[in-house]
Design a protein around this ligand. Structure first.
Ligand code: SAM
Length: 350
């Protein structure tokens, strides 16, 4: 059921999004391809004017199923969501919209500044605790500190730093230029903002499981004039249950994230599912510590995995494990760049 609270007044909109133009003025999630494209495949195209009539919900609220939003899907059924509200995947338009699964009829709406598309969205009594590596980043303090010192520490392990990581990722993403990029586990949106500002994508979705990271992300976006007219959306999602239709995404970025995921295999399987044919996955993570040739890999690997399971710490994998993981999830053309404990890897949906 969509309540009037889901459709805030223009005044509230202006308070929340002082730098975002009214969604009624700028609602298009631009899916025009850049003039020059060297792509071996066609990026996701959205026909923003096409509207498919949806079955009339019994609550008397009219939901539209726009082709534009075939992208957003119910995390339970994976069916595209119907939408009530202004079109477009920019922050104010999403904030003013209610969403409903055309199959199970579960409704989803924006919580404060992000659209909550987790399975538990809207639950009142049920809650569950994820592994520490997920819960840690839900803390307001960690989310606040993340871009204010926390992330800079990654340099000690070989991470080249956001600017260089961004340029490296852009190289890998060249075949997806002009398409839709989802920055999963985006944290406070360090890279989502860079991707959005690059102008290389028709739209960017910044997605994370942490409510506080998404709030930080919103703060950074709303203070940045360069982002006020750019198509960028904030979606709360669990990496193991991505709320996007299969084959709907051109590029998935996951910076410094794989080691934090509760199940890297479920996560990469989901990334593979949502990528369209030819779509690119680029990730970075901390590699498992190398013990040189002190023990053979067939002994070292189970030892490390047992330790990781028992300690409930991060899931640090080796380069070979990451390649194997991508391959087993149906991705091809694995490439990587390793610098001490840092790895940037890419793989492609065939
Ligand atoms: C180290 S931060 C990386 C942030 C950013 N991408 C970067 O490159 O700095 C890891 C992120 O993974 C997210 N994360 C952990 N578990 C997750 C899950 N189950 N689903 C989605 N994101 C998750 C955390 O909330 C956190 O923001």
């Amino acid at each position: 059921m969509v309540s009037s609270a889901m459709v805030p007044s223009l005044n509230l909109h202006q308070t929340l999004f002082p730098k975002c133009p009214s969604p009624w003025r700028n609602t298009l999630f631009h899916y025009t391809r850049p003039a020059v494209l060297h792509t071996p495949f066609s990026p996701s195209r959205i026909h923003s004017s096409s509207v498919v009539a949806a079955p009339e919900p019994d609550v008397g609220v009219h939901y539209d199923r726009t082709l534009e939003l075939d992208l957003l899907a119910c995390p339970i059924c994976y069916e595209p969501l119907m939408r009530k509200g202004p079109p477009g995947l920019n922050l104010p338009a999403i904030y003013r919209s209610g969403f409903k699964c055309q199959k199970c009829e579960k409704t989803y709406s924006s919580k404060e500044v992000y659209l909550d598309l987790t399975v538990t969205a809207g639950t009142k009594d049920y809650s569950e605790v994820k592994p520490t590596r997920t819960e840690l980043f839900r803390s307001p303090l960690v989310s606040f500190l993340y871009e204010r010192g926390w992330r800079q520490n990654f340099n000690r392990s070989g991470f080249p730093g956001p600017d260089e990581e961004f340029s490296m990722a852009q190289e890998y993403f060249k075949p997806a230029a002009g398409g839709l990029l989802v920055d999963v586990s985006c944290g406070s949106g360090l890279f989502s903002r860079k991707f959005a500002k690059s102008g290389a994508y028709s739209g960017v979705i910044a997605s994370d499981f942490s409510e506080n990271m998404l709030r930080q992300c919103f703060d950074f976006i709303s203070k940045d004039d360069a982002l006020s007219t750019i198509s960028i959306a904030l979606v709360r999602a669990d990496i193991s249950r991505l709320p996007f239709s299969s084959g709907s995404v051109d590029a998935v970025h996951a910076g410094a994230a794989l080691h934090c995921w509760p199940s890297p295999s479920n996560a990469v399987a989901e990334i593979s599912r949502v990528l369209r044919s030819g779509g690119i996955f680029v990730g970075t993570t901390f590699l498992a510590p190398s013990f040189g040739n002190s023990l053979p890999p067939e002994i070292l690997r189970p030892l490390r995995q047992t330790f990781s399971r028992l300690s409930n710490t991060y899931n640090n994998l080796t380069e070979e494990e990451i390649k194997d993981l991508c391959t087993t999830c149906g991705l091809v053309n694995f490439t990587s760049d390793v610098r001490r404990s840092f790895i940037m890897f890419s793989a492609q949906k065939p």
